[in-house]
Design a protein around this ligand. Structure first.
Ligand SMILES: CC(C)(COP(=O)(O)OP(=O)(O)OC[C@H]1O[C@@H](n2cnc3c(N)ncnc32)[C@H](O)[C@@H]1OP(=O)(O)O)[C@@H](O)C(=O)NCCC(=O)NCCS
Length: 188
């Protein structure tokens, strides 16, 4: 992918427009700030504690783009009355490979921006882009996994038309509780 991919999401009555673009080193300070949130650390297994961690994390996203197997987008919101944008979340397409019919999505929203539909709107844009960009590579199905007790994440899946598929048995230590697998198919 030669040019950086930039996805636009329209405003809603409750929320300004969103811009999704690949993570940049300049996002590190904002990433470290939002990563202090305990819910993010618990549910998204975020372990960004310092600028050095943040830079490592952003570099890993950049390696994914270069390798063509993981596509992480910073989600930014225009700030009313200001020229700047604010980091409000992350969406990622991962486990991508040519000829493989499935890939996986992931997401988090900064604590200060939750409850305004940021994750489902960003996920919708990511899903549309993924099916379009990887159609010729045979992508047919996007998978979304969350722990059973992550009810907010289950709501994001429902609102983004990822249908519940199966219960995934716990696999400690990485997955201490059962999970849900939700699937969205191309054209759904
Ligand atoms: C799950 C998560 C991504 C939802 O993002 P969001 O942008 O707030 O999404 P929404 O605004 O659509 O809210 C989804 C649900 O969160 C809950 N919610 C609403 N306001 C909330 C708030 N202020 N704080 C926390 N949760 C809230 C509601 O149950 C809501 O569902 P509803 O719209 O049916 O009421 C976000 O809570 C998050 O980042 N959590 C930590 C990381 C995580 O769990 N990632 C997913 C791993 S599988």
């Amino acid at each position: 992918m030669s040019d950086p991919v930039v996805l636009q999401v329209a405003a809603t009555p409750a929320s300004p427009p969103l811009v999704l673009r690949p993570w940049r080193m300049a996002d590190t300070a904002a990433l470290v700030e939002v990563s202090r949130d305990p819910a993010l650390r618990q549910w998204a297994s975020s372990a960004v504690d310092s600028d050095a961690d943040g830079e490592r994390w952003v570099r890993a996203q950049q390696r994914g783009w270069a390798a063509g197997d993981r596509f992480g987008f910073a989600v930014l919101e225009a700030r009313p009355g200001s020229d700047g944008e604010r980091l409000v979340g992350n969406v990622v397409l991962k486990e991508v490979a040519s000829g493989k019919p499935s890939a996986e999505v992931g997401y988090w929203t900064a604590a200060h921006a939750r409850g305004r539909g940021v994750a489902p709107r960003a996920l919708e844009a990511l899903s549309d882009w993924a099916f379009d960009a990887f159609e010729t590579d045979g992508l047919e199905r996007l998978e979304l996994l969350h722990q059973v007790d992550n009810l907010a994440s289950c709501r994001v899946a429902q609102k983004s038309r990822y249908d519940f598929d199966t219960i995934l048995p716990a696999a400690p230590p990485a997955f201490p509780r059962d999970g849900h697998l939700h699937i969205r198919r191309t054209g759904a």
